[in-house]
Design a protein around this ligand. Structure first.
Ligand code: UFG
Length: 337
């Protein structure tokens, strides 16, 4: 089966490409390289010993996208492409709507035109907004509080509408919790532009001596140690969830929605202390004010994915930190190293 992976040079996509190739899929990557490196594609080829067809292209270029569909003849699409920084989305919402919404519309139009109706979509736990209780189940109410989250929810809504109108589509909405870690080889990993927004890459850069001190955004939440609790999931576990979702779509289930998380919550301090163990040194941190828009606690109920996909996360926080540290220390400057 030939799969188009949009945003295929990015963090989660590169790990998914490894698992796709290892499972015998043919992979075609489309990426505009706005926030990613073609080096990740080369590394995935090296790790797997298999070739990837790579197009540096933007989903905003509708005609170019159609030409790729025409030339390749895909069997399915995994759609990762999109801008993904919550804070930035509040500053430049139009860029988010353009890139994420218009880009997805162009993709969907090409899929319809070339009769490719199998889609795995990168959604996010952000669509649950401020959940009333945890663990979060897929049938919880949906709401969002920033433009990034709105694009994820809008795309989910669009896909639900498309499926309602035409049941020949097979669509999996995968709601990711907090993906961290890296491939065990230390050859591919997360490579954010500039100063990282997310906790784990920030901690890794402090451990590497590239940033001075971790800021802990608030210790007055209603959580065991007062710091925010999240469901961190190893990126390789997450990648394997995509393979399971594709297998599910091959049995024509219609539209399905799954949480991809571990079901376990760790606090900011838990993460810091586990990373200290992984890198073998004390990490400086200081408590600062809460980050606007953050919630206290977010973790998944992953039971549905286990029951229906036969998927569950295998790796815990220790392995996530060890693998993230191996990537960071092997490649202090990411793919530019
Ligand atoms: N945090 C810090 N210091 C930092 C960065 C983060 O204390 O420098 C804290 C946050 O307050 C939060 C936790 O670490 O409690 C995790 O924060 P991240 O920024 O790593 O992740 P978020 O949970 O805020 O957001 C992630 C993704 C979003 C996605 C969301 C879904 O980045 O894209 O999960 O729940 F929408």
């Amino acid at each position: 089966m030939k799969i188009l992976v949009t945003g295929g040079a990015g963090f989660i996509a590169s790990h998914t490409n490894v698992e796709l190739l290892n499972a015998g899929y043919e992979v075609v990557v489309l990426d505009n390289l706005l926030n990613s490196s073609p080096e990740s594609v080369r590394r995935v080829e090296k790790l797997t010993g298999k070739k990837i067809t790579f197009y540096q292209e933007d989903l905003l270029h509708e005609e170019a996208v159609c030409k790729i569909f025409e030339a390749e003849g895909f069997d399915g699409v995994i759609h990762f492409a999109g801008r993904k920084a919550v804070g930035e989305s509040c500053q430049i919402p139009l860029a988010y709507f353009d890139n994420n919404i218009t880009g997805t519309l162009n993709l969907l139009k090409a899929m319809e035109r070339y009769d490719v109706k199998k889609l795995v979509f990168s959604s996010s736990a952000t669509v649950y907004g401020q959940p009333e209780t945890v663990p979060i189940r897929e049938d919880f109410p949906l709401s969002v509080s920033n433009p990034y989250g709105r694009t994820k929810l809008m795309i989910e809504d669009m896909l639900r509408d498309i499926y309602q109108s035409d049941h020949s589509w097979d669509i999996a909405l995968l709601r990711y919790f907090n993906p961290i870690g890296a491939h065990e080889s230390g050859e591919i990993g997360e490579d954010p532009n500039g100063i990282p927004n997310n906790l784990l890459p920030y901690v890794a850069k402090v451990a590497a001596g590239q940033l001075e001190c971790i800021q802990v955004f608030g210790n007055d939440y209603d959580t065991p140690d007062g710091t925010g609790v999240r469901d961190y999931i190893h990126v390789v576990d997450l990648a394997l969830g995509h393979i399971k979702a594709l297998e599910k779509l091959n049995t024509h289930p219609g539209l399905v929605t799954y949480n991809l998380g571990t079901g376990v919550g760790y606090s900011v301090l838990d993460v810091i202390h586990n990373f200290e163990k992984a890198c073998g040194k004390k990490l400086p941190y200081r408590i600062t004010g809460r980050r606007p828009g953050d919630i206290a606690t977010c973790y998944a109920d992953p039971a549905k994915a286990k029951k229906e996909l036969g998927w569950e996360a295998r790796w815990g926080i220790e392995k996530m930190c060890q693998d993230a540290w191996r990537w960071q220390s092997n490649h202090p400057n990411g793919y530019r190293s």
